[in-house]
Design a protein around this ligand. Structure first.
Ligand code: HAM
Length: 420
């Protein structure tokens, strides 16, 4: 029996894990600058939380959740997304208070039983932000700016933020009716799932993955033409903020999100280089969700991004030229005494630098070859003869320059050459 990772899951191997660390570090640093604090939540929650929060008519709840009963017969579900759990925790621990906006971030795996393909997995990672406690359009713009800035910082060029409105309880019923009226004569040509969506929530039809259905929706009425005064004013204000903040975006009146909790602003940032699964992130405002899940009425806005897709976009941009950072120093040693001296030197240098060492007693040539392969900055070469004289050669691997240095001075010389 040969075991394999379950379909739709992936091992993140050492040759790739540095890319994940890079994205996680950049995300955490940017989130700190925007003042979002980290929250870590359980991997599973009560099924009911997702059914209520995400919506019964969504694909996620209808067919993509990993749901199981525990030994006491309670229904639990591996989180398919982060917002419902964050809101549950916000209410449970009364994280809000006063006029404060509670700004939370997360970086963790999610689980959806989807058909695996490039950019779509059954276990995937998301980073996310949730800003709870303000209805200001400035929050929406800040979150969109966060995404675009972070993607640029990661070297992903040419991303486009698409912005739309999902309306609110006041304006969506009349829009849904207008949509049903437009679609009723075409209904026979839609897939079975869309028939269910038509009854439960016709806007979900925009979320269908079937190309035929999407083509039939092309002339459907746009929600932006049906907004109530409050939603219109909010949308116009978000646009003004984005323009003033020089965030590049486009209005996309056909943008529909796959989750039911959205009100007012919805957005996605796409990177066309990814093909069919081009959404790097998606989010929006969910002003009714906190009350829906048992809290007091509290406006909120958030976003999540798919980490696999971000890494794929980084790879596409760099043409695969990005390589894992090599160690700062490789200590090359020949002979028993030199091996001991190399271990002592490495122990000292490792308080500041990343240091690689040969533990297989290979030849100097083989050690130098490995140092070159790893892309190391400096090699410190300890031979028997040098050791007898209390010196070692410090070689700049980029320029090839080599200086003989007293053993006691090596940390200082290494520091100077590495400029730290
Ligand atoms: P979402 O659009 O379902 O939103 O997911 C956000 C991002 O996660 C997508 O844009 C995509 O990059 C990535 N993603 C989704 N499904 C997969 C998959 N099967 N494989 C790989 N990547 C995937 C949410 O999850 C909301 N919670 C976002 C949000 C936060 N709204 C408000 N706050």
């Amino acid at each position: 029996m040969r075991y394999r990772a379950p379909r739709g899951t992936r091992d993140i191997l050492p040759e790739d894990s540095w890319k994940w660390q890079k994205v996680e570090r950049a995300f955490a640093e940017t989130a700190e600058r925007f003042r979002y604090k980290e929250i870590r939540l359980p991997v599973f929650e009560q099924t009911e939380l997702f059914a209520r929060g995400i919506g019964d008519a969504t694909d996620i709840v209808r067919k993509e959740m990993y749901t199981f009963e525990d030994r006491k017969g309670r229904s639990l579900t591996l989180r398919p997304e982060g917002t419902a759990g964050v809101v549950r925790s916000y209410i449970e621990h009364s994280l809000g208070g006063g006029a404060r906006v509670t700004k939370l971030r997360y970086f963790c795996p999610m689980f959806r039983y989807e058909r695996p393909q490039a950019g779509r997995y059954r276990q995937f990672w998301q980073w996310g932000l949730e800003a709870i406690g303000s209805g200001s359009p400035g929050v929406d713009a800040e979150i969109i700016d966060f995404c675009v800035s972070l993607f640029e910082q990661l070297g992903i060029k040419g991303c486009v933020a698409r912005v739309n409105s999902a309306g609110c309880k006041a304006c969506t019923p009349s829009y849904n009716e207008a949509l049903r009226e437009h679609l009723r004569p075409l209904l026979d040509r839609f897939c079975d799932d869309c028939h269910v969506r038509f009854e439960k929530n016709p806007r979900r039809m925009f979320d269908c993955k079937n190309e035929n259905c999407l083509a039939l929706l092309e002339d459907a009425p746009a929600i932006l033409d049906s907004l109530c005064d409050g939603c219109r004013e909010h949308f116009d204000s978000v646009v003004r903020y984005l323009e003033r903040m020089s965030v590049s975006f486009e209005v996309d009146s056909s943008l529909a999100r796959g989750l039911d909790y959205y009100t007012r602003t919805v957005f996605e940032v796409h990177y066309e280089g990814l093909g069919a699964q081009s959404a790097l992130c998606g989010g929006g405002r969910y002003d009714d969700l906190i009350e829906e899940l048992g809290g007091s009425p509290t406006p909120a806005c958030g976003v999540s991004a798919g980490v696999e897709r971000l890494i794929q976009a980084c790879d596409t941009e760099s043409g695969g030229a990005d390589v894992a950072p090599g160690p700062d120093v490789y200590v090359v040693a020949l002979g028993d005494d030199a091996a001991l001296a190399a271990a002592a030197l490495a122990a000292t240098l490792r308080s500041t630098y990343s240091v690689e060492l040969d533990h297989q007693r290979r030849s100097v040539k083989a050690q130098m070859r490995e140092a070159g392969k790893l892309g190391v900055g400096l090699a410190v070469i300890l031979g028997e003869d040098e050791l007898r004289r209390g010196v070692a050669a410090v070689k700049n691997m980029e320029t090839g320059n080599q200086v003989e240095t007293a053993l006691a001075d090596i940390p200082e010389v290494v520091g100077r050459l590495l400029e730290r």
